[in-house]
Design a protein around this ligand. Structure first.
Ligand SMILES: Cc1cc2nc3c(=O)[nH]c(=O)nc-3n(C[C@H](O)[C@H](O)[C@H](O)COP(=O)(O)OP(=O)(O)OC[C@H]3O[C@@H](n4cnc5c(N)ncnc54)[C@H](O)[C@@H]3O)c2cc1C
Length: 453
């Protein structure tokens, strides 16, 4: 029997857009198969909605929440190979396997992400320059396709569907389970070097000189700084700490941190985040983070924002947009990023977070985001619609440098710009039509980007 959907106003993490969808929360494959055969309309899978925009939304259509598919199925202690259902959270993997000496091969800036969402957006972390994206560590996954068939996909079997699903924003089917590699670590700590750069030139110099020396690397940029200080940053680079690196006071090297959390109780009023409050915050952050080496617990390095529940409410009821762009190495990325920082600084569009990372080469994911070069990610409060023309200006800059924006964070990219940024979109559609000829899988994003009608 088909369970009843709940009509619900849903949004991604940026709280824009908010769309009315019919939401299901099944827990068995049989229910998914019944849904696909008996319910009209289109479907999109939803992990835990940690994408920022509309990639997991389906205005007027069906949304399948996958968080009940949350079982571990197999683990090989010798090889570190884990098989689990797609609704398992990265947080659960850390909690269970870090005490046994294993860690995620790649983790985004929040651990509240499902394995299915990590594959469908082909997420990356602070080791993007060295280790690539999440999919690099995925051996295989099971995909439920539109006709109810379960397809095993790997680099050898149904390889075309594998590469269309990796980064394929949920449009090829529903990922049911996945098998992927965990890495061995000696501790739950990261040995971090903090280093300040006075401007963007210095930040690039330091990135280029020392990136290869660290597994993890990221720079926090004050995007309100201007003139000689444009792009002033704090670089944070590190490696998993070995046992011998830890101070004697740490008695349990593999124990993840306690989960004491604050909660953002209500949406902050719009005046809380303004040019002056953010400028003051940025000044403080730059001043406090002096050049130093520190041993820090893994979650505070990888997932600093996770310690505040619902921190997205800080941006007020209108929400915010994330904008992450990659600038390829061979097209003068420094010039592109400098121009973007100038545009932000001039507009005084208060960006709370600007994060610079370097990226290794693209993989074979047809809609995967990364390519060799540098990425800049921004959080921009959405005060009113006047932001969108500005985002189109940023798009033009990105396209003129041969780059692209990350779909996991996007909520407004127009179709023609998407096609310029993701030239493999036609190849993607060929595979999608093979496994989903009637567009049963469709989302607000896929319609906006012209991937489905
Ligand atoms: C604070 C914060 C920091 C972040 N930092 C990073 C970062 O450093 N790097 C990075 O890459 N991303 C980052 N992200 C984005 C986040 O990692 C991705 O958007 C991730 O995919 C969200 O996973 P989710 O489980 O919430 O999926 P959702 O957001 O719910 O869905 C994401 C996509 O996956 C599809 N999907 C979900 N489950 C399935 C399934 N079972 N089968 C098929 N398709 C499915 C959905 O249809 C949708 O297209 C960050 C997000 C936040 C909020």
């Amino acid at each position: 029997m088909l369970s009843k959907p709940v009509k619900q106003a849903l949004s991604g993490w940026g709280q824009y857009p908010v769309e009315s969808c019919y939401v299901y929360r099944p827990e068995m494959i049989k229910e998914l198969q019944t849904l696909l055969s008996e319910r009209d309309g289109s479907f999109i899978s939803y992990g835990v909605g940690r994408s920022y925009g509309d990639t997991a939304l389906n205005k007027g259509g069906n949304v399948i929440r996958m968080d009940r598919f949350n079982h571990f199925l197999d683990f090989n202690e010798e090889t570190g190979m884990l098989t689990c259902e797609s609704g398992v959270l990265l947080e659960e993997i850390i909690d269970v396997f870090l005490p046994r000496g294993f860690y995620l091969p790649v983790t985004p800036g929040t651990k509240f992400v499902t394995v299915g969402g990590a594959i469908a957006n082909d997420v990356h972390g602070k080791n993007l320059h060295k280790d690539g994206t999440f999919s690099e560590y995925v051996q295989s996954f099971e995909l439920l396709t539109a006709n109810g068939e379960v397809l095993l996909c790997s680099r050898e079997e149904n390889a075309d569907v594998f590469w269309a699903t990796v980064g394929g924003i949920g449009l090829t089917g529903i990922i049911l389970t996945a098998t992927f590699q965990l890495i061995r670590v000696e501790s739950a700590y990261i040995d971090v070097t903090y280093e300040r750069a006075r401007n963007i030139d210095e930040a690039f110099e330091k990135f280029i000189a020392h990136d290869d020396d660290y597994k993890y690397s990221v720079a926090w940029i004050d995007c309100l700084a201007s003139g000689d200080s444009l792009g002033r940053s704090v670089l944070m680079r590190g490696d998993h700490a070995k046992r011998e690196d830890l101070p004697a006071s740490i008695m349990e090297p593999l124990k993840p941190a306690n989960k004491l959390k604050a909660t953002m109780p209500i949406h902050a009023p719009s005046f809380v985040l303004n040019h002056w409050s953010i400028a003051a915050f940025n000044e403080l952050y730059y001043t406090v983070n002096k050049d130093a080496d520190k041993i820090v617990e893994q979650s505070s390095f990888f997932h600093p924002l996770d310690s505040i529940n619902d921190w997205n409410k800080l941006y007020g009821k209108k929400g915010f947009v994330q904008y992450q762009a990659v600038f390829p190495k061979n097209e003068n990325p420094k010039a592109g990023i400098t121009k973007m920082l100038e545009m932000l600084s001039k507009k005084k569009t208060a960006s709370f977070l600007a994060v610079l990372k370097s990226s290794g080469p693209a993989n074979d994911g047809l809609l995967s985001f990364p390519m060799e070069g540098y990425t800049l990610a921004l959080d921009i409060p959405l005060k009113d619609d006047s932001l969108f023309p500005f985002l189109r200006e940023l798009d033009e800059l990105v396209v003129s440098h041969g780059g692209r924006v990350y779909l996991a964070k996007d909520s407004s990219l127009p179709q023609d710009t998407f096609r310029k940024m993701y030239p493999k979109w036609e190849e993607f559609l060929t595979v999608k039509r093979k496994v989903d000829p009637n567009d049963r899988f469709s989302s607000s994003m896929s319609r906006r980007l012209g991937l489905t009608d």
